[in-house]
Design a protein around this ligand. Structure first.
Ligand code: ADE
Length: 231
């Protein structure tokens, strides 16, 4: 998979892309990530990438010119299945979207900033607009890193335990059950007896029941989805 990220803050993406899952995906040749500095595409003599909003008092808006130049250059080099824009007013990003994106070959991610981008970019170039949650970040870079982390770990071979991505929270609309490791008794705090029983069927039933209880208590919205999709 190839991902091209367009940003005004390339430095902000150095750390998340050079450690952990994303680093592993790159090293194994499963992902190529290119970060492009939007300013390099600006024809303004001061390399400006924003301007005043036509709606008075609304703050600065990212201009169409450098964005159009960056996206057009990339598109002239190869085909992209999606041009993604990270923004708090996008559609909510979730595990299903991560699964969908993990099947694509070439993606562009445009990181939002300031009071947003000129609407004409959204109308003519953007194919998916994602918010990672109901809160406002300073820019879309961290959202892009979150999205990529969740997508790249789904690529076969990126994480060592093949089954673990499939049993993550949310794959079946349930949160994960609690997990324990040794020692079985730590200062009198004991691991549930059933997990020490060696009875795989009983352990699986317990885990499923715990996942249901956790989801009901913490995420009634997800639990409703689980019930709908189970039936
Ligand atoms: N940019 C600022 N806030 C954001 C959010 N919640 N999701 C995606 N991009 C953002």
């Amino acid at each position: 998979m190839r991902i091209d990220i367009i940003t005004v803050l390339p430095e902000l993406l150095e750390s998340p892309f050079n450690y952990s899952i994303i680093k592993r995906a790159k090293e194994k040749g499963l992902a190529e990530i290119y970060v492009h500095d939007l300013r390099e595409f600006s024809t303004d003599k001061h390399k400006r990438v924003d301007d005043y909003s036509f709606s008075k008092g609304a703050g600065m808006v990212m201009s169409i010119q450098p964005i159009e130049a960056a996206i057009s250059k990339l598109k002239s080099e190869r085909e992209y299945e999606e041009v993604i824009y990270t923004t708090p007013d996008g559609y909510k990003f979730d595990q299903k979207e991560a699964n969908v994106l993990s099947l694509k070959q070439n993606l562009i991610i445009l990181c939002g900033h300031y009071k947003g981008i000129d609407q004409r970019v959204r109308d003519h170039f953007i194919t998916k607009e994602y918010s990672i949650g109901d809160y406002v970040l300073t820019g879309g870079e961290l959202a892009a890193a979150v999205i990529l982390d969740s997508v790249l770990r789904l690529l076969p071979g990126v994480i060592s335990d093949e089954t673990s991505a499939l049993t993550d929270s949310f794959q079946d609309n349930l949160l994960s059950p609690p997990v324990y490791t040794r020692p079985a008794d730590y200062k009198g705090w004991k691991v549930p007896e059933i997990l020490l029983s060696g009875n795989d069927k009983k352990i699986d039933d317990w885990k499923h029941q715990q996942a249901i209880e956790q989801t009901k208590a913490r995420r009634p919205d997800l639990y409703k989805k689980y019930l709908r999709e189970e039936t």
